[in-house]
Design a protein around this ligand. Structure first.
Ligand SMILES: Nc1ncnc2c1ncn2[C@@H]1O[C@H](COP(=O)(O)OP(=O)(O)OP(=O)(O)O)[C@@H](O)[C@H]1O
Ligand SMILES: [Mg+2]
Length: 872
């Protein structure tokens, strides 16, 4: 039955089926009408404020009534094996249903909800069973069978993925664990199932309210009681109910869990806590891309919920940290920072997402420029206009009048757009028809949401308090087979996998929405505005836009109304829409971790999806987005940005391989068969022995000179303090200038080309950066021991695959003087030569002197300028 066409009665039946109380259901439908989703949301948000005694009415095994809680007293902490043993043979003697060991069949138990449901618990389920004496009697398959039932019944999946099974096995053995699995692989089940299996509470620490909110909604639809606490929870009684054991799963942000330690300890004693799950665990690590200081304080959990501290516990309550993006350094930091036990289990599954097609497209232009060129393919896809001529004309016309500064023409893109035909009609009214309400309202409210309205700011983090900006799609569809298979590391059949991938490659990229990530808030608006003009249903999303707008964007995106969302990273974690077909990074991402997480939002249905870094500007080295960082964090952030830059510059290694290896994993497949490098192949390798020798010699000779300059300045200026800044370091740019001067054949060679070569030498360990500060691109090269050896191996060739910047500069050779103005560039021998030649020939004219503008005496600056001029 379609959800949209349900009658009130059907909605009531569904909600009761989910386990909600009839009174709550009635109240919700009265408030929001016969909409299943809205009603669930209404109830979960705690909007049902009835005077009835909720606590007293709960008899659910997942809920804990006040009376039963009192009666239950202190309970023995049972292992999951014991639970399962108990669950087999009913014992009629028990009166209490909330005791963890009084386990009823999961199918019955799961119907109990946050608000309690008399109907959901038949009397016969009040069962207690004598436990097996010997734990060894129980085979491993017992819990697996139980889990399988839960999976089937409540989530509609047939099997646990291998990594999920491993994570649950670690939890059953009462071990702490760190689960590393690709985005969208199903990490949530690892902590949701323990609540369903034991009837105890699982506490999930999550960084965003919207993420918690969506997971609660999704769980409610699967008939599992859950709540979220913290600033986003409008019903203050939810916290009390949660601490009384009413909910099976409690989502909290770190600050809240730290505040509630005492109450949670009491909860551990009464109903029992099965697990603490730290979702998006990379937030713990300051080496990660999304560090949250509050996450670090979660170390208190290990101590507070250990047998040493809580005498009623038989074993420490396990911790489970989960993330999709953690390098080896981040993993170690998570384990250490959370004080996880020494025998913690680390479960690493393949980071490889076989259906994602990675690519990088470069240009020499600024990322803000040339929307026309950069997005013409995307516009073509969504407007279904095969012939793009009229659209192109319209585009140019519009851009002429565009108020914002978005249309600087590209000078030399590496990949030119296809030729444009001039037929088909394309009118502005077409584009208006295609526009979503949101876009229309955005453009009508131009003044409010104009590009000028917001400064060129960036969203550096997703805000914890992204209150009720809902995201997530809960279609209940399982991810495609191919994703399941990617986890099965055993029985790995390389050959058939390659074939499968090739088949995938043959299939077309299906239709579906696109997310464009841009670095600044301003650009979200300008790109969305640009796309809307050409009929693409697009909307901007950044943290500073009104909440109502953001909510609307989420809704339209999930309802497949919007074709493109242009967003900062604020449109981030928790986007679990299955059919996202394209993720475009328009400009450099800040790290490969962030990139992989954002790219991972594509293709969750297992079908082919595109992940492109589009038109990364090669002439400008990427910079860090502004944020408050310590010196150490700045260094780390530069390192991560540099890794990302290198990923984009590489031309010879499979992109999926680079990404997977970045996370410390071996890429057994060797090739992904889909990325731009696998499909086009690497460029021709060149023997650059001569160039390498010249560069190395320049570096060595410069460094040799500098050594003598080190001492005297130190003592004179700041005794005892190293004064590298006073020493003339071998700046790469200056070295290249010297090479140009001294070697005639390189007189017109491009800086970009040499920078690429220096990076190759650095990657191979022949040079290193001699600066204390971190740089994205090597700045002050110094030779290493192997670099010196390389110079000695005179006759050996040195083959290099030109990097993207090297290729671009080879492709767009231009005389070096072309970017020099009068007064600039005299130091460059080629500029000097050309200018002198033109002067001799008489073709050179001194540029006209700029007319002096009279200073404005009304401004402070103007008065200052006037004063200076007067002095002259
Ligand atoms: N065993 C399974 N079989 C089939 N599908 C599954 C299984 N487990 C989870 N899924 C599906 O995988 C999808 C993603 O799940 P989930 O949101 O838990 O992923 P995640 O790993 O937490 O992703 P992210 O890194 O974005 O947080 C969901 O649609 C879920 O239904
Ligand atoms: Mg998740």
């Amino acid at each position: 039955m379609e959800r949209g066409k349900m009658t009130s009665d059907q909605v009531v039946a569904e909600l009761i089926g989910m386990g909600f109380e009839f009174d709550d259901v009635k109240e919700a439908i009265k408030a929001v009408g016969p909409s299943l989703d809205d009603a669930v949301e209404f109830i979960l948000n705690g909007c049902c404020r009835k005077s009835r005694n909720v606590l007293g009415s709960s008899t659910s095994s997942l809920g804990g009534s006040t009376s039963s809680k009192k009666s239950a007293g202190k309970m023995r902490q049972l292992s999951i094996i014991e639970h399962l043993q108990c669950g087999r043979k009913p014992n009629k003697s028990s009166k209490f249903t909330n005791e963890p060991h009084l386990v009823m069949p999961s199918s019955v138990r799961l119907l109990g909800t946050a608000l309690g449901s008399k109907e959901s618990l038949p009397e016969t389920s009040n069962a207690i069973i004598p436990c097996y004496k010997d734990e060894d009697d129980i085979g491993r398959s017992d819990w697996e069978m139980e889990v399988k039932n839960i999976l089937n019944k409540h989530f509609g999946h047939s099997f646990l993925k291998p990594f999920q099974k491993e994570a649950l096995a670690a939890w059953i053995a009462h071990k702490d664990s760190l689960v590393l699995a690709a985005t969208g692989s199903g990490k949530s089940l690892c902590f949701q199932i323990p609540a369903l299996l034991t009837g105890k509470v699982v506490v999930v620490i999550s960084p965003l309210i919207s993420l918690m909110h969506d997971q609660c909604l999704m769980l409610a639809k699967h008939g599992v009681s859950a709540c979220f606490l913290g600033s986003g929870q409008i019903d203050k009684s939810v916290e009390e109910k949660a601490m009384n054991g009413i909910y099976g799963i409690i989502y909290v942000c770190p600050e809240t869990v730290l505040r509630l330690i005492g109450s949670l300890q009491r909860l551990a004693e009464s109903r029992g806590i099965a697990l603490f799950a730290i979702d998006e665990g990379h937030c713990v690590s300051k080496w990660g891309h999304d560090f949250r200081p509050d996450y670090r304080r979660l170390s208190i959990l290990r101590e507070s919920f250990s047998t040493e501290n809580l005498k009623f516990l038989k074993f420490d309550i396990p911790l489970m940290a989960l993330t999709a993006t953690a390098t080896i350094r981040v993993r170690d930091d998570i384990l250490k920072s959370l004080c996880m036990s020494m025998d913690s289990k680390i479960i690493v599954t393949s980071f490889f997402r076989p259906n994602l097609c990675f690519s990088v497209k470069h240009s020499r232009t600024s990322s803000l420029s040339s929307y026309e060129k950069d997005f013409h393919e995307l516009i073509e896809i969504y407007t279904r206009k095969k012939k793009f001529g009229k659209a192109h004309q319209l585009m140019s016309k519009n851009l002429e009048h565009a108020p914002d500064n978005t249309s600087r023409t590209a000078t030399c893109d590496m990949f030119e757009p296809d030729t444009i035909d001039d037929d088909d009609a394309f009118s502005e009214s077409d584009s208006e028809v295609g526009m979503s309400n949101e876009c229309r309202s955005a453009s009508s409210k131009d003044k409010k949401l104009s590009v000028e309205y917001l400064e060129d700011e960036c969203d550096v983090f997703q805000d914890t308090d992204d209150l009720d900006v809902s995201c997530g799609e809960f279609s209940g569809q399982s991810t495609a087979k191919i994703l399941n298979e990617s986890d099965s590391t055993d029985a790995y059949d390389l050959q058939s996998r390659s074939e499968e991938r090739l088949k995938l490659q043959l299939g077309p990229l299906e239709e579906g929405p696109t997310i464009i990530y841009v670095p600044t808030r301003k650009e979200t608006l300008s790109v969305a505005k640009f796309l809307s003009r050409f009929g693409v249903k697009s909307a901007a999303y950044n943290a500073k836009l009104p909440k109502a707008h953001l909510r609307q964007v989420h809704k339209e995106f999930h309802d497949n109304i919007l074709q493109v969302v242009v967003a900062t990273i604020a449109f981030g974690m928790g986007i679990n829409k299955l059919n996202v077909r394209r993720i475009i990074h328009y400009g450099w991402p800040q790290s490969l971790e962030a990139y992989y997480q954002e790219a991972g939002r594509a293709g969750r249905d297992g079908k082919l999806a595109d992940c492109a870094v589009l038109y990364a500007n090669l002439t400008r080295i990427p910079t860090l987005l502004p944020s408050q960082r310590s010196e150490e964090q700045t260094k780390q952030a530069y390192k991560m940005l540099s890794d990302c830059f290198r990923y984009g510059m590489h031309t010879s290694s499979c992109r999926a391989k680079m990404l997977v290896e970045y996370f410390g994993q071996e890429f057994v497949q060797k090739k992904c068969f889909l990325c731009d490098i696998c499909t086009k192949g690497p460029p021709e390798a060149h023997n650059l022995k001569k160039e390498v020798t010249i560069l190395m010699q320049a570096i060595i000779s410069h460094n040799g000179q500098n050594r003598f300059q080190d001492v005297s300045y130190n003592d004179a200026i700041e005794p005892g303090v190293s004064c590298r800044r006073f020493v003339e370091k071998s700046n790469l740019k200056r070295l290249i200038s010297t090479i140009r001067e001294q070697h005639h054949e390189f007189i017109s060679s491009d800086l970009l080309w040499w920078q690429g070569l220096a990076r190759v030498l650095e990657d191979k360990g022949f040079i290193k950066d001699g600066d204390d500060k971190a740089h994205v691109q090597i700045k002050f090269p110094e030779p290493t021991e192997s670099g010196l050896q390389l110079l000695r191996s005179e006759n050996r060739p040195f083959y290099v695959y030109p990097e993207a910047d090297m290729m671009l500069s080879m492709r767009n050779r231009k005389p070096y003087s072309s970017f020099a103005e009068w007064g600039k560039g005299w130091a460059d021998p080629e500029i000097r030569r050309q200018r002198l030649k033109r002067k001799r020939e008489g073709s050179w004219k001194r540029p006209k002197e700029r007319k002096m503008v009279k200073p404005d005496m009304k401004t402070v600056r103007g008065r200052l300028v006037a004063k200076i001029l007067k002095r002259r």
